[in-house]
Design a protein around this ligand. Structure first.
Ligand code: ATP
Ligand code: MG
Ligand code: MG
Ligand code: MG
Length: 437
């Protein structure tokens, strides 16, 4: 992509309304635009990041055997009356009336709808296990939308729903998502720690929030330091095998959010192993048994011939919140530092002298070859000052900057900078291409 043809509305001033660094940087880097309180447009640069995060989430859901579908954002109130949640949900639900005065709502989550789909088609335990997910916009009329897309009112969530014949099978479904989440967040370059979370009326130990540590996080969390260095299950994980050992290796260390915190158990850890910090909830997995299947009549025939309500779990990832969470976890004074896996472009190619025949030719050649090798390149072919160009590239945080100027080219050299470390290397264009492809 040539910057001269791109839409990258960089802000020079630091927006005053933004209280945390990710919100400031997303606005300054031209990633998002607020349209109403807690409602955002994703501008081209932000949209690329959102898409890449969604894709990693998708790949790991698929790897774990979940199946993607797409449910609508607008739901009917009657569906929610069946579960009893229409009245319970309260003011966080955006209620809508259509022209026929039918009550509708903008979905804050999809348990009811997925249960309706399930009960319409599935009759037997032979069709289980089943896990269906989508990546779709949600709306929650948060009391205090803030911190940009971190706590929006409209936000993008991946939500998966598992269906199993009994609690034991549901535990396996839960473990699969537990492992999928470990892999997802690690691929995003994040250390997300599964922490015991409130499991509501069902009880039991089958609810975990995945939390990344950040000073600006809204949750107070407590955990064992060992969890920060745990190995992540590999790509070759067999999701049909028993995953209990992996899950146990994580859950045997202390980790809890404030609601589930046990001060005595925490105090029993050696002092230097105690981490008490702020955290951001980026995912939440939850087994809730027959809470929806029972009132909504989602039953399956079991091996003993009886019909029983199906056991369910739900599994959310805050896809749009992650874009902000990633920036909270990775930035410096100059701007964002994207991990390679989600960067909006892989390389920023900077021409220091647009119009200089040699520089133009070298840039065009590098741009073409990088593109052919499958690299996404943002080519700054505008006639700005070098200082401003460097500042923009540092702000938008692409992993590599490839800098081409007339002086260097006279000696047959270009410069390559790694955004994360600031390391610079002077090398031939061929050597740079080798490094980047
Ligand atoms: P929170 O405690 O932050 O309000 P939640 O527990 O209400 O989140 P869940 O119902 O568990 O949220 O939804 C799954 C995921 O969706 C959360 O883990 C979070 O990453 C994301 N999420 C929830 N609410 C928002 C929001 N208002 N803006 C952006 N992401 C959100
Ligand atoms: Mg909430
Ligand atoms: Mg929560
Ligand atoms: Mg939650």
């Amino acid at each position: 992509m040539r910057l001269s043809r791109y839409f990258l509305p960089i802000l020079k001033e630091t927006p005053k309304e933004a209280e945390i660094v990710s919100h400031r940087l997303m606005l300054r880097a031209g990633m998002i635009r607020q349209q109403s309180a807690g409602i955002y447009s994703w501008l081209p640069l932000g949209h690329r990041v959102l898409t890449r995060i969604g894709q990693i989430v998708r790949e790991e859901q698929n790897r774990a055997g979940a199946l993607e579908l797409l449910m609508p954002t607008i739901q009917s109130a009657d569906l929610w009356r069946e579960s009893g949640r229409y009245d319970d949900y309260g003011k966080e639900m955006l209620r809508i009336e259509d022209r026929h005065e039918r009550e509708m709502l903008y979905g804050p989550t999809n348990e009811e709808m997925i249960t309706e789909i399930f009960r319409s088609y599935v009759r037997s335990y032979r069709d289980l296990p089943l896990n269906l997910y989508h990546i779709q916009w949600k709306f929650r009329d948060e009391v205090r939308p803030r911190f940009g897309v971190m706590r929006g009112r409209e936000f993008l969530m991946k939500d998966a729903y598992s269906f199993d014949v009994d609690q034991e099978a549901a535990r396996h479904a839960y473990n699969k998502m537990f492992v999928a989440y470990l892999r997802t967040f690690a691929r995003l370059g994040l250390k997300a720690i599964p922490m015991r979370a409130d499991s509501g009326p069902i009880g039991g130990d089958m609810s975990h929030e995945f939390i990344i540590l950040a000073a600006t996080g809204e949750s107070q969390v407590f955990c064992d330091k060992a969890l920060l260095e745990m190995p992540i299950p590999g790509e070759d994980t067999d999701f049909d095998a028993d995953l209990t050992p992996v899950v146990k290796s994580w859950t045997s260390h202390y980790a809890a959010t404030e609601e589930k915190h046990d001060e005595a158990a925490f105090a029993a850890l050696p002092e230097d192993a105690r981490v008490a910090a702020r955290g951001i909830e980026v995912g939440h997995i939850f087994y809730f048994g027959t809470k929806y299947s029972e009132p909504m009549g989602a039953k399956v025939a079991t091996p003993d011939g009886a019909e029983r309500p199906v056991h369910m779990g739900s599994y959310g990832v805050g896809v749009s919140r992650l874009a902000a969470g990633l920036i909270e976890a990775s930035h410096d004074e100059q701007g964002i530092i994207w991990p390679d896996s989600v960067a909006p472009f892989d390389v920023g190619l900077i021409s220091l002298k647009v119009g200089d025949a040699k520089v133009d030719a070298a840039c065009a050649d590098l741009y073409e070859k990088l593109g052919k090798a499958g690299r996404d390149v943002l080519y700054d072919d505008t006639d700005g000052r070098p200082g401003a160009k460097f500042a923009t590239m540092d702000l938008i945080g692409l992993p590599w900057q490839l800098i081409v100027g007339p002086k260097g080219l006279n000696d047959g050299l270009v410069e390559l900078k790694r955004r994360a470390t600031g390391e610079r290397e002077t090398l031939t264009p061929e050597a740079a291409l080798n490094k980047l492809t």
